[in-house]
Design a protein around this ligand. Sequence first.
Ligand code: ADP
Length: 586
Amino acid sequence: MAGKKTVKKENVAAVEPVVKKEEEKIVNTAEKASAASVAPAETKKVEAMKAVKAVKAVKAEERPKKAASESTKKKENKPKKAAPKPVKKEEPVKAEPKKEPVLPEPRRSVAFIGSECYPFVKTGGLGDVMYALPKALIPQNCDVRVIIPRYKCIPQKYQEMMEYKGAFEMDLCADGRSYYVGIMEMVMDGVVYDFIDNDEFFSWGNPYTDLVTDIPKFCYFSKAALAALNYLDWIPDIVHCHDWQAALVPIFLRTQFGGTPVGGARSVITIHNLRFQGIFNIPTLKYWTNFPDFVFDYGAMKMGVEDANMLKGGLAYADMITTVSNTYAYEIQTDFFGENLDAHLRYHSGKLRGIVNGIDIDIWNSATDKFIKANYSTKEGKKIENKLALQEMLGLEQDPNKMVLGLISRLTNQKGLDLVNAIFPALIDGNTQVVILGTGDPQYEDAFRYYESVNKGTVCSYISYNETLAHSIYAGADALLVPSLFEPCGLTQLIAMRYGTVPIVRETGGLKDTVQPYNEFTNEGNGFTFDRYEPDLLLDAINRAKTLYFTDPDRWNDMIMRNLAKDVSWENSAKQYRNVYLELRP
Ligand code: ADP
């Protein structure tokens, strides 16, 4: 059984590049690294190749059949002998003029600055947002440029699509050391992407390594992004920066770039996760930024006795702060969620807004998703095909009646995994299967590996980063667990709903704002929720979900249909971001 399962897992890894090549969609360095780390041995490779061939063979078999059936249909529909019809002089049909979408006025230009962006490089939700929000801003009459580092790990396919736009030397440090800044550019879906090129900072495998490396890297990047805008002579109305890696942008804008063209732009900073702040000692940050001393005051970057906090400084200098849900905007002003910045955020609360994330509904679309077994929209039944495919792929017992609980997450304590750990044995009841996809802290990785080893055929812990498998889980699972300790917005519950998978979430941050709890009296709601961070409450929520699933399939299906129909797109949120831009630049 164990052997069988290993082969199946490797099939996933082996088939994946083929699918990727076909679809030219999903790219991720972490995934690549993990794929490399599970590289199959020679014999297993043969097995995997067999699987690929089998898939191809099935596809080849299907094609002629389809073509044949279509041609028969055509033959059947053909009238045996068409009777001559009286010729009628028809009025020439006037071609309807193509309606151009009406864009809201006025047009605003925005430069997005951040450390990752799908499909070039993604480690979490930030990468999703940096890709999807600019796209969603185009129908809102925004001219958007996205600026990210040109990491070596960006796949070759994209590296080849980039065009050299120019290069210059830029002063950076307190001793006047200057650095090369290259600009590579590409356009995709109406969005211009500028990649800041510098081998010294971006030649590492992953976007993030350790603070000693990352602090200078992102000091350089924040300044280089603004310098590139001046160099390109593209002066935006708004500079929109994301998380601590780009948090120095508003400070550079008001200090060293004050008298330059880009200095006229207004700035927005979005907090995707307050936990990460970019804290280091003051002398080091003074050296790398060459900021004037007043930037290192308590009102801006200073933290504690001798530290400087990049995010804190950015929050002070930005014209507007947004975060990714209303509830999180409130929570971060409290002691528990504030990560030592709650007082600072309360002080700046006048310019703090919460705007919930959406998801890219083209990428996450159960009706067209190329990575899943059977596409579906509102048709019942198709989800079961995906469930069976998922069970087979992961070596779980193939049984449509088992309830499959999924969990797709970074494995860190933020994600509520202590709760999952505490109740895991109680989940296994003979009727439930659990699928975990994630990487992160070894303590969680090991715990989930253990649960798999003692529950073969019932539990699968896929300790890796794998976009393709993520799609299969969203489509094949019945419910998705998101019991986070805190969750700024959370995308997995939104994606789950888009695939008709019922989210079971803790009422915090964006989870609270996006999942309406099931109401058994009115048969309304999108998922099951619990409030306090306690294992029993998570178990209770899961049991409520199980009760509905096993005892009232009609109502369970109603919830699937409601979730499939729910609007989780970016449209609404993009309108709110536009309003923020207009507030700053009417
Ligand atoms: P965070 O940004 O805190 O990690 P989010 O819920 O905002 O969490 O976004 C997580 C994103 O990363 C989702 O698109 C999810 O599908 C994806 N993801 C997380 N872990 C994995 C994994 N191991 N394999 C594939 N995708 C993953």
